[in-house]
Design a protein around this ligand. Structure first.
Ligand code: SAH
Length: 387
């Protein structure tokens, strides 16, 4: 503390100031709370063994509790060719081609010809490891419910712990039925001149999305961008009245937890990461000029709690599917909030969120006011009310 601040509070004695400081220092921050909760239940963490396969590991170690893989040897596998660069995402390996999530609009686009390179599967765990495995799901459920318990639906009726979704064409949807959301995540079908297993939207269709009308005075928008959408996405943010405040990078790893070297995207370089722009809607009173600091507003300043990092390292799954870890990060940015995901698929449905997309099947809602508005606006469509 400097002299001037001591002068600014003349009514406090040195002892009082010291005790106030001490209690402040002892107070739990969001970060320490998270750390405490995260260690409340012991979590087995099994990194992948550096030797990759059990056979290679046994040659150098007597004991190893890490995760191992074994090669899937088909009559057509040629081990001298080495590892397949797509590994468990290869359409030419029957085990992965039959992945049910490839069926719904994610049908293989590349060759499904039998792949002669090597693929792997995880070696079944030992009895001891099997005992530990349920702990993982128990952990995440416990932590999640403790972290987010009772926090949903503060801006409408509680959509507590149940996901809601609406199957619709977002180019034609009447957004006025939805209400407002403090958090929006969008992974748009950008027209990035690439073959994709689903229809894309033109730049103008994207520009017309009424994003600002879906948020109250302030809001967080997380926008996935790739290719030319890295520029277009930024352009749309300013068009919609948002300011980009951060950028999260998802570093893609393969089944063996190594960097993806031959992804299915990228024209100049093979893409090993994806980008999520984090933007805030500036309150109406906030000056729009660039030279005014964006965070003079107390509401926006309160959002900056610095809990998570801006890098997520996670395995690649189906085409375009984003890592689940990102939800936790976004939820921790704005814990007490109603949340919307645009362009979501079935696996994106999540408690406390409303998911919108055109691959979701029969719609389900929990909030009765939302149900009333939907059935009134779209009397010919079926919406299931649950909860
Ligand atoms: N983030 C998602 C992937 C989104 S891919 C994940 O983690 O899996 C983009 C999605 O937008 C696809 O499901 C696609 O079918 C959908 N989509 C494309 N055009 C749309 C439209 N006009 N209205 C609604 N959804 C659309």
């Amino acid at each position: 503390m400097n002299e001037s601040s001591a002068v600014a509070g003349p009514s406090k004695s040195v002892e009082e100031t010291a005790s106030e400081l001490q209690s402040l220092l002892l107070k739990e921050t969001a970060k320490t709370r998270l750390r405490r909760l995260a260690t409340a239940v012991p979590v087995p963490f099994n990194p992948v063994c550096a030797s990759t396969t059990l056979t290679a590991c046994r040659a150098v170690r007597q004991q190893c509790t890490k995760t191992h893989y074994e090669p899937i040897l088909r009559p057509w596998t040629d081990t001298s060719l080495g590892y397949c660069s797509y590994l468990n995402l290869c359409y030419g390996e029957p085990m992965f081609r039959n992945n049910p999530s490839l069926g719904e609009g994610n049908a293989p686009r590349g060759s499904t010809k039998e792949c002669r390179y090597m693929h792997f599967q995880v070696v079944p765990t030992t009895a001891k490891q099997t005992e530990l495995t349920p702990g993982i799901s128990h952990f995440s459920t416990t932590i999640r419910s403790r972290l987010f318990d009772g926090e949903d639906g503060t801006m409408s009726q509680p959509g507590k712990r149940v996901g809601q979704w609406i199957n619709c064409d977002l180019r034609r949807f009447d957004y006025s039925v939805l209400g407002k959301f403090h958090v929006i995540v969008a992974d748009p079908p950008w027209d990035i001149h690439m073959a994709l297993p689903y229809g894309t939207m033109t730049d103008d269709e994207m520009r017309r999305l009424p994003i600002p009308a879906l948020q109250p005075d302030w809001g967080i928008l997380a926008l996935w961008v790739t290719g030319r959408a890295m520029e277009l996405g930024r352009e749309l943010l300013s068009l919609w009245g948002y300011r980009r405040v951060d950028e999260l990078v998802w570093v893609k790893v393969n089944q063996l937890q190594r960097l993806i070297r031959t992804g299915r995207t990228g024209h100049w370089l093979n893409h090993t990461c994806e980008h999520l722009l984090i933007a805030v809607k500036l309150p109406p009173s906030h000056p729009r000029t660039e030279d005014v600091p964006w965070d003079t507003d107390p509401t926006l300043r309160a959002l900056r709690r610095g809990i998570d990092t801006d890098v997520v390292v996670a395995e690649v799954r189906e085409t375009s599917r984003k890592p689940d870890e990102v939800y936790g990060i976004i939820e921790r940015l704005a814990p007490q909030s109603r949340r919307l995901e645009l362009f979501g698929r079935k696996h994106n449905i999540r408690p406390g969120w409303l998911t919108l997309g055109n691959q979701l099947g029969e719609s389900q809602v929990v909030e009765t006011d939302l149900y009333d508005r939907l059935t009134k606006r779209y009397p010919e469509q079926k919406f299931k009310l649950v909860g």
